[in-house]
Design a protein around this ligand. Structure first.
Ligand code: ZN
Length: 187
């Protein structure tokens, strides 16, 4: 009986994995991960010269709190964080030989600070909030993307671990980064 259940679970997992490969990076697949403070997910995908990075972590990992900012000081910190995260270089560095430049960045605004109407709604939704950042980067020499270095651990001390998934023409896989293991090796 137990073995049967295990097999069902396993085949379910394999199916989920196969589906995620077919769909490329399915955002829903990542979002299903539990909200965990100090942990972030980083998805890297490369197609031609276009490098897409998607980074998700609990707001607590950066600010030490997730509720709506309570005063001007906290509002300032929150806005500053969103500005900082718009530059991927505040978190990671790519090989100079790859000649990459940021084309576009989107940083989610979980507290809807710029919109009074939706602000109250955001407050009611949940005491836990993630921040989602998507960077579109163009690399002139994408074949030189053999590694990346994550220096965000110095800047954001509460960040302990990054779970990385990459999908490149040269291969796909997973990696785990910590303050002791900051270098990501890519195929
Ligand atoms: Zn939380």
């Amino acid at each position: 009986m137990q073995r049967g259940l295990g097999m069902i679970r396993q085949s379910g997992l394999i199916l989920a994995y196969a589906v995620s490969i077919l769909l490329g990076f399915n955002p829903a697949f990542t979002q299903a991960k539990p909200h965990e403070h100090g942990v972030a997910q980083l998805e890297i995908s490369l197609s031609g010269n276009e490098l897409q990075l998607r980074f998700v972590s609990a707001l607590d990992s950066f600010l030490g709190w997730e509720r709506a900012p309570r005063n001007d000081q906290e509002k300032m910190l929150y806005r500053q964080l969103r500005q900082d995260l718009a530059q991927f270089t505040s978190l990671l560095s790519l090989p100079a030989q790859a000649v990459c430049s940021l084309q576009q960045a989107q940083v989610s605004d979980p507290h809807q600070l710029e919109n009074k109407a939706t602000q109250a709604m955001a407050k009611q939704e949940s005491e836990h909030q993630d921040v989602v950042v998507e960077w579109s980067i163009r690399c002139e020499q994408p074949s030189q993307l053999k590694r990346a270095s994550f220096q965000g651990f110095d800047r954001y001390k509460r960040l302990r671990r990054i779970d990385v998934q990459y999908n490149l023409p040269s291969g796909m896989g997973k990696a785990r980064l910590t303050s002791r293991q900051r270098e990501l090796q890519l195929p």
